[in-house]
Design a protein around this ligand. Structure first.
Ligand SMILES: [Zn+2]
Length: 377
């Protein structure tokens, strides 16, 4: 008797970089997990025809802001994620140690998107665009670490933004030390925002530990660029990568430059993870969503399999969820995305207003979350 599944995705090309799978296979889901990959698998309650499309693990966006109405950055995860194939959205410090429980209660719990988060070193998180650590009473390594420890199901680590003036006159190198103290206390990773910093990047990455994350790694602002005067990646970035520091895109409104990205990749330094830094100030451009950010890397010459890898299994490893997320092994979480690779001419703008005329782009056609059809376009 033919097997009965909940969802069957047929006719597409599966790309599952974690398992080295790329080929014409059907994917079956049952009871919330990946149940089988093969051909002629059987019957299902719901079917997705993925003919002509790519079938990938559900995307993991490692840098987002989804604390809507509490932060001016916040967007509604469930409005965006289903139609863009993002099954896991990682909120990066929109909530701090004072208001973290609100993020859980009012955002994570009611959302169908899987939402995890880094806790901001500033107690108030990011209520508005700037100044979250000007009042020093908001900055506490011990409170931040305790909040991470108190929420083991949702909190991944510590987030700090290190731009000029974030702590008033306080040197951002001192704030970095406090953030590291918080991360050390809870024994979790630290994610560091490095764009618009007023010190060289080496000062911000030399102290980082294996597993810590540099986000906005290809931003175009000085003096904290990853590219030196000769157009090469600074030696401290290579050293950091060697010891296991993660370099994440975090495109954002002002934090991704094609020139910097091209120079770094020509030097043999691609990003580890491709994330959007989606928020209210860039969702109507230039970011739009994660597939658009991924398309920029495709058109910069990164191979498709690598683009998928850096938006699925790589971020899964960064958040220590490679057992169940970011791949399509039997038993993995039932999170799947279906994309069309559209051919044509597409205007793709970076965060420095530079336009790349792309020849292809990824457009989500369907998504599956927790083993159920989540969205179909
Ligand atoms: Zn951000």
């Amino acid at each position: 008797m033919a097997e009965q599944y909940d969802v069957l995705i047929t006719g597409g090309t599966v790309i599952d970089p974690a398992n080295g799978v790329q080929g014409a296979w059907d994917v079956a889901l049952k009871d919330g997990v990946v149940a089988a990959i093969g051909r002629d698998l059987g019957q299902a309650d719901s079917a997705i025809d993925a003919s002509g499309c790519l079938v990938t693990p559900g995307l993991i966006d490692l840098h987002t802001h989804v604390y809507k109405d509490v932060s001016s950055f916040g967007i509604e995860a469930d409005d965006l994620c289903p139609r863009t194939g993002v099954t896991t959205s990682v909120d990066t410090g929109t909530a701090g140690w004072i208001n973290y429980r609100g993020l859980e209660r009012y955002v994570m719990e009611p959302s169908s998107t899987r939402i995890l988060a880094y806790v901001n070193l500033s107690g108030v998180g990011l209520p508005w665009r700037r100044g979250e650590m000007v009042y020093e009473g908001y900055v506490s390594a011990s409170e931040c670490a305790q909040t991470v420890l108190n929420h083991p199901e949702t909190a991944l680590g510590v987030k700090v933004r290190l731009y000029k003036g974030v702590g008033g006159d306080t040197d951002i190198r001192d704030l970095l030390q406090i953030a590291l103290e918080a991360a050390n206390r809870c024994e979790k990773p630290l994610m560091v925002h490095v764009s618009n910093a007023d010190v060289p990047l080496r000062n911000l990455i030399q102290p980082l530990r294996p597993g810590d994350i540099v986000t906005h790694c290809f931003h175009g602002t000085q003096p904290a660029s990853i590219i030196d005067d000769q157009g090469k990646v600074i030696s401290e970035a290579w050293d950091a990568r060697d010891r296991g520091v993660i370099f994440d895109i975090g495109h954002g409104l002002g934090s991704f430059s094609y020139d910097v990205g091209r120079a770094a990749m020509e030097d043999g330094f691609p990003p580890d993870t491709i994330s959007s830094d989606i928020h209210s100030y860039n969702i109507d451009g230039p970011v739009y969503d994660l597939p658009t950010t991924m398309s920029k890397f495709l058109n910069l010459g990164m191979p498709l399999g690598e683009v998928i890898q850096r938006s699925t299994i790589e971020p899964a490893q960064v958040i220590d969820r490679e057992d169940d997320l970011g791949h399509l092994r039997v038993g993995a979480a039932g999170d799947v995305a279906v994309f069309e690779l559209e051919k044509g001419t597409f205007e793709l703008t970076d965060a420095t207003q530079q336009v790349l005329m792309g020849e292809q782009r990824l457009v989500c056609r369907a998504s599956v979350r927790d083993g159920k059809v989540w969205w179909q376009g």
